[in-house]
Ligand binder design. Structure first.
Ligand SMILES: Cc1cc2nc3c(=O)[nH]c(=O)nc-3n(C[C@H](O)[C@H](O)[C@H](O)COP(=O)(O)OP(=O)(O)OC[C@H]3O[C@@H](n4cnc5c(N)ncnc54)[C@H](O)[C@@H]3O)c2cc1C
Length: 461
């Protein structure tokens, strides 16, 4: 028998549950479908568990550095990975059960557990059950890509999901991929005590960032003893007993890296291949991302796609913002759009990188006249006092309008301090607003006005 609802939501990632709350509060009957873990990637295998483990790694790092602060710790530092995992499981689990009980307790919301698949543009099956609605919202997220590299079939590997079950210390973790997921795991496991090698096929880490940021990140990681192999053009794998051998074929150094465990962190793909999208007339691009317009409508009337599966963002905050956009358009007569938002994200190595807007390179390519301000963290009192003075910050403003075009803070507190810049960008106010503001001492943010007082023309190069 088919049950009829006002709306169906497939997936309980970062958009679905919030949207369910908005729709039910507006009086709609909603069915929400989850095939695996409530809360999706961020809660179970992404942001929350990784940032919880990064906190354990930071604690280990600070204990090792105790003497730098005049703190005496004569014993050896060791990390109990079972305890690290159980702390992570508790925090992630609390969030997962929170999402599940929130949805189950929501008036007018019915939870279906199972794999949802379109039968037509307004019908979805979940196992033997079938639900129908005139409005369907897809929030199915993505999963790790397993690249077809030579030898991968015969080689045991981990992804960000299976890493969550690891409760031991890998002797030598080889990480394929120098993007944000690979870098976070690299520093975390190094601090837990593993030997770590990052193998990246590009010529630098975090290749979408400006070159000065990539270089600084590499220096931070190498300073902690992480091996970085760049320009790895022909990555492949073989075994020698228990050892995993990765071919690197780099321009310099050993041709093979030998390690005990292998983590693949080479990107993500959308969970759209098993959704029956063709039955609903929902178009995808050549990488499988659902094609949406600026208000997240798909090619099929009455169907929207939110979160990582639409290719318009790959973060928890972009997915949540998608739900706000859809809610505002449907319920508030407020025509919010994806293009209203400003790119912003953080990379949670330590010190973190907070980013907003355009990169220096993107501004240069745009050909507009711009001004740039820079400041090393060695000239930020708070960073020096904390003994965490690695990194730098920079900001770029339009030379004519004085609007802020972009900023990066690679340094202690950078993930928080970037927001004072981001909010002024949203206000479309000139940089002089921050330049004249009185900030609190001693903070990282207090040096942003100072940096803005030392702007220089951005060279064309
Ligand atoms: C290691 C790692 C670290 C990360 N760290 C950060 C971070 O620090 N900050 C940040 O902003 N982002 C981070 N991200 C990205 C972030 O996790 C995602 O962008 C975020 O979870 C948004 O996902 P989503 O809402 O699109 O869907 P997801 O959270 O992926 O949820 C999709 C849900 O849909 C379900 N589903 C899929 N198909 C079906 C189906 N057919 N039927 C029923 N259910 C289905 C899945 O089981 C899943 O529960 C990280 C990601 C990873 C992998």
């Amino acid at each position: 028998m088919t049950k009829t609802y006002d709306a169906i939501i497939i997936g309980t990632g970062q958009a679905g549950p919030f949207l369910a709350q908005r729709l039910t509060a507006a009086g709609m009957k909603v069915a929400i479908i989850e095939r695996k873990l409530f809360g999706g990637t961020c809660v179970n295998t992404g942001c929350i568990p990784t940032k919880t483990m990064i906190a354990s790694a930071y604690a280990a790092h600070m204990v090792r550095r105790a003497a730098d602060f005049g703190v005496v710790n004569n014993g050896p530092v060791s990390v109990d990975m079972k305890l690290v995992k159980s702390r992570k499981d508790a925090i992630s689990g609390q969030s997962r059960t929170g999402v599940e009980s929130w949805l189950r307790g929501m008036t007018n919301c019915t939870v279906y557990q199972g794999h949802g698949q379109f039968d037509s543009s307004n019908e979805v099956s979940v196992g033997p059950e079938r639900v129908t609605a005139d409005r369907i919202f897809i929030n199915v997220g993505g999963r790790a890509v397993v690249p077809q590299m030579p030898g991968i079939e015969g080689t045991p590997y981990l992804t960000n999901s299976s890493m969550m079950d690891v409760d031991f210390l890998p002797r030598h973790l080889i990480i394929i991929g120098g993007g944000y997921i690979g870098l976070e795991f690299a520093q975390m496991y190094r601090r837990f005590g593993s030997e770590v090698t990052i193998i990246e096929k590009a010529s630098r880490l975090a290749q979408h960032e400006d070159e000065d940021i990539s270089t600084a990140i590499r220096e931070i990681l190498e300073h902690e003893g992480i091996n970085v192999r760049l320009n790895a053009t022909c990555i492949g794998f073989s075994r020698r007993g228990e050892e995993i051998l990765a071919d690197v074929d780099c321009t310099s150094g050993d041709r093979k890296v030998s390690g005990s465990h292998l983590l693949l962190a080479v990107g993500r793909r959308p969970n759209t291949d098993d959704l029956g999208l063709a039955n609903a007339g929902v178009a995808v691009d050549k990488r499988g991302y659902i094609v949406v317009d600026d208000q997240l409508r798909t090619s099929a009337p009455g169907i929207w796609a939110l979160g990582d599966c639409n290719g318009r963002g790959a973060f928890t905050h972009t997915s949540f913002n998608d739900a706000e956009i859809v809610g505002a358009n449907l319920l508030d007569n407020d025509p919010r759009k994806v293009s209203d938002r400003i790119i912003a994200y953080a990379l949670y190595i330590d010190p973190p990188l907070g980013r907003a807007g355009l990169t220096e390179e993107e501004v240069r390519k745009s050909g507009r006249r711009a001004l740039i301000g820079r400041r090393p963290m060695t000239k930020v009192g708070r960073a020096v006092e904390k003994g965490e003075a690695q990194g730098f910050m920079k900001i770029i403003v339009d030379a004519h309008t004085h609007e802020i075009l972009g900023a990066a803070i690679l340094g202690t507190g950078g993930d928080e301090a970037i927001h004072s810049i981001l909010d002024v960008m949203y206000a479309r106010a000139p940089y002089t607003v921050i330049r004249r503001a009185m900030h609190i001492h001693p903070t990282v943010s207090e040096l942003i006005p100072t940096m803005l007082g030392e702007l220089e023309p951005l060279s064309v190069k």
